[in-house]
Design a protein around this ligand. Structure first.
Ligand SMILES: Cc1ncc(COP(=O)(O)O)c(C=O)c1O
Length: 437
């Protein structure tokens, strides 16, 4: 195989994390060359499509590496709008109205005058829905993750994270303490081994367990009761990031934390994001009244950042009103019909689908080279589905994340399977012809 093609298909970003050199040119050029190499072969999947229309099952977009920037129609399975709230008329109207009511900018940190009545209303709506004392709103979900960990834990504490925990949680842990442990993904036995040893050696130290309720790469959920029980056995504090299933999963839409009793929910720290089901940027940290002061005052991403904007707040509030109403139940039903239909359709077409039924339908390809060419073929097929490759997933366990929305219809799913099957066969042919095993 041509050496350059081989590199384009196999090199990954991990070797570029560490930077060397004294000038910006020296420090940045290697990564730029790596990006350019992938772009040359049409397999640069970073920020690949630029949208010219609102999120919907079909979107208009141009591809970043197309010199003509031709706008075309794409079948869209790449958006995080699981419940279709960004496409809901009432949510869009709420966004329009708030501009007249509260303007467009909070123009201050919440430590000064950045809070408004709609922020309070949304905080109340979320805490009532979750059955907990209170929540604090952040401008992004990422900032909520950072703020929760960095304000509640300290440099002498121990943080134990799931190995696949989101970047925001890992970065927060690193910025907080040097005493970080990771347990094998979703492996309660491994977590218990670490907990037992650390608690015996450090009877007085704060120990935090950090997990997600639904992991977005492999669509697997946690057994939250068992995590809760472990946290109690070893006097640890459980932090659960519910970004992907809040508003989406379970009879009332509470997600996996809905399986806890209200007393148990009150006894953990909950972090949420609005970006997956609430149609806007933003996030929150919730729990008992005890944590409110510390979360607000000592979260750098709260106190030292401007408040969530009126637009975000109005959209999240209207979305929450719909999501936790009888209409929300119907939308969830439609979403789960789509999810079950898609998982079956991909499986019947011969693909491996992993994880729990959730809006993330991971279709495994394995071979990283094959996955990059499928990605290229998908774009020719005008199909948008996000490629997850190493280091986001383990080496040679590349997969495509088909993200389902309640606004998809069965025909969209059939069409996605049809296009993806063509991409797969074309890519397989290319790899067989161009690559040795
Ligand atoms: C589990 C998890 N937590 C936090 C975040 C960050 O949320 P946001 O995109 O709202 O900043 C994400 C987003 O991808 C996520 O998947």
């Amino acid at each position: 195989m041509d050496n350059e093609l081989h590199n384009a298909l196999t090199i990954n970003s991990i070797g570029y994390y560490r930077v060397k050199g004294t000038t910006l040119e020296e420090r940045c050029a290697p990564l730029n060359e790596y990006g350019e190499l992938r772009t040359k072969y049409g397999i640069n999947s970073y920020g690949y499509a630029v949208l010219h229309s609102p999120v919907a099952p079909y979107v208009k977009a141009h591809l970043t590496y197309d010199p003509e920037q031709k706008i075309d129609e794409f079948l869209n399975f790449s958006s995080q709008d699981y419940m279709g709230m960004s496409q809901h008329t009432e949510v869009r109207n709420a966004a329009k109205q708030v501009v007249d009511e509260l303007g467009i900018h909070t123009a201050s940190s919440p430590a000064f005058t950045g809070r408004n009545y709609m922020i309070e209303r949304l905080e109340n709506k979320l805490s009532q829905t979750l059955g907990i004392d209170q929540v604090v709103l952040y401008t992004t979900g990422w900032m909520a993750c950072f703020g929760a960990i960095n304000s509640l834990a300290g440099e002498n504490d121990i943080i134990i994270l799931d190995a696949f925990a989101h970047n925001s949680l890992q970065t927060a842990a690193k910025a907080t303490t040097k005493q970080i442990f990771k347990f094998r993904h979703n492996d309660l036995n491994h977590l218990e081994e670490i907990l037992k040893k650390q608690r015996e050696q450090n009877p007085q130290i704060g120990i935090f367990i950090v997990v997600e309720s639904l992991y977005s790469m492999h669509a697997d959920m946690i057994d939250i009761q068992r995590f809760y029980e472990l946290s109690k056995t070893y006097q640890a504090i459980l932090i659960v990031d519910i970004a992907h299933d809040f508003g989406v999963y379970g009879e009332k839409g509470l997600g996996v934390v809905g399986q806890l009793t209200p007393e148990q929910r009150q006894d953990i720290v909950i972090i949420g994001a609005f970006t997956k089901a609430f149609a806007t940027n933003g996030g929150f940290v919730g729990g008992s009244n005890t944590i409110r002061g510390r979360t607000m005052l000592f979260s750098p991403s709260y106190t030292f950042s401007n408040s969530i904007s009126p637009l975000q707040t109005a959209v999240a509030l209207k979305s929450a009103e719909i999501l936790f109403s009888p209409e929300g139940n119907k939308i969830r039903q439609k979403l789960y019909d789509n999810i079950n239909y898609a998982r079956k359709a991909f499986t019947e077409a011969g693909f491996e689908v992993i994880g729990n039924p959730s809006p993330i339908v991971p279709v495994v390809v394995g071979d990283g080279r094959l996955a990059r060419i499928i990605y290229r073929e998908n774009l020719k097929q005008r199909l948008l589905a996000n490629l997850a490759e190493f280091p986001a997933v383990p080496r040679n366990q590349s997969l495509f994340r088909f993200q389902l929305m309640a606004t998809h219809e069965k025909e969209h799913i059939d069409e996605a399977v049809r296009r993806f099957t063509i991409s797969y066969h074309e890519a397989k042919k290319f790899i067989d012809e161009n690559c040795e095993n």
